[in-house]
Design a protein around this ligand. Structure first.
Ligand SMILES: [Zn+2]
Length: 371
């Protein structure tokens, strides 16, 4: 009844299933090139491959899936809710399918061609009332997963120092110190929340591994912490990004700076074609409202914490580290390590504590709003 799409993926296949507020993510991970044919109808999703596959791991069945049958020719998933839409995205070495299931009535998937730019997701289908109706029926909608896990990502690390200040401060050290404080403060403010750091020591973690960690942990939020740098030493202030195509030259410059680490990544097959960018971008665009809301909350917390510093606002850019995160995700630039005054600030415990506190306050506000 609905949709066919073709996609080359890499055939021993691993399977992961992530529940999300907005639906579900089906992640297929493999190394051989395959052409899956996807049919979605009602609550059933069927994926057929053009050659036999071997499943590496069978995911234990989450409550939001009624039945899962994996055989050598493909995969059938019966969801406990109707499928509103399904889209593919390619993320580094994995293929990812995103399924939305918030419709009360059957909605047939519109034809989606792999080669064509995807239509923006129809957010009108995700009215909260459907979810509330499910809750009133006492179903404890599996789609409303509690806000129970956050991944905090200290930018850079190991052989990637990030930006380095004039007096020798390295971005990777400052971001780790702030992130550890964020973790400790969150444990006090939100004791029920599971806080995962992408690194807790000075080690190199590839950008792809950071978001994979967030996906594996079923995180509800991904917060990446960085320090800014600019050729102009007087540039100063704090800004928060969410994933989108860069809109201004400044945002493009920051994007280039933070994406530079890709050269250090051992995986040189980072998808750089515009299509995979578009799809990864689309995956994040689903969480765009939540991400931009959190970005705004972080900016206003920083304004309160640092009334004399410059609020550079909420910005959009195409950060690689935010791509592939199937959850709301933001990147905070707490200050300019290239600005001598802010570099001094970043070296002081008081400054870093205030920054960590500002981030935590906005996460607490976000958590209250989301749960
Ligand atoms: Zn950085």
């Amino acid at each position: 009844m609905s949709e066919l799409l073709f996609l080359s993926i890499f055939a021993a296949i691993g399977l992961n299933l992530f529940p999300r507020h907005d639906g579900a993510v089906v992640e297929l991970i493999g190394q051989r090139v395959l052409e899956p044919v996807v049919r979605a109808s009602g609550n059933t999703l069927r994926i057929d491959f053009n050659e036999p596959v071997e499943w590496l791991e069978t995911a234990s069945l989450p409550i939001w899936i009624d039945r899962l049958t994996a055989d050598s020719s493909g995969l059938t998933i019966e969801f406990d809710l109707l499928i509103a839409s399904a889209d593919w995205a390619l993320s580094g070495d994995s293929m990812v399918m995103i399924v939305f299931a918030r419709a009360e009535e059957e909605i047939l998937l519109p034809p989606v061609a792999w080669q064509a730019p995807p239509a923006p997701p129809d957010t009108s289908l995700w009215s909260d009332s459907l979810v509330f109706a499910a809750l009133e029926r006492g179903e404890g909608s599996p789609w409303l997963v509690d806000f129970d896990c956050i991944v905090v990502d200290p930018g850079h690390g190991g052989r990637d120092p990030g930006a380095v200040g004039r007096s020798g401060s390295r971005e990777k050290d400052r971001t780790l110190e702030i992130s550890l404080m964020v973790r400790d403060l969150l444990r006090i403010r939100l004791p029920e929340l599971r806080v995962v750091l992408t690194r807790t020591v000075d080690e190199y973690v590839s950008l792809g591994a950071r978001t994979r960690m967030a996906n594996r942990n079923r995180a509800d939020l991904f917060v990446s912490i960085h320090c800014n740098a600019a050729v102009n030493r007087s540039a100063n202030g704090f800004e928060t990004y969410f994933l989108s195509r860069a809109r201004t030259d400044d945002a493009r410059a920051v994007q280039m700076l933070e994406n530079n680490v890709l050269e250090l990544d051992e995986i040189s097959t980072v998808p750089e074609d515009p299509l995979s960018f578009l799809l990864a971008d689309m995956a994040q665009s689903i969480f765009q409202n939540q991400s931009s809301h959190l970005a705004g909350a972080i900016q206003s917390s920083f304004s309160h914490a640092f009334p004399v510093r410059r609020d550079r606002g909420v910005k959009r850019a195409g950060f690689y580290v935010l791509r592939g995160a199937y959850m709301p995700a933001v990147l905070v630039e707490v200050g300019f390590i290239s600005n001598p005054e802010e570099e001094q600030g970043l070296k002081s415990l008081d400054f870093r504590f205030k920054a960590a506190q500002a981030i935590v306050e906005s996460i607490v506000e976000y958590a209250e709003r989301e749960s």
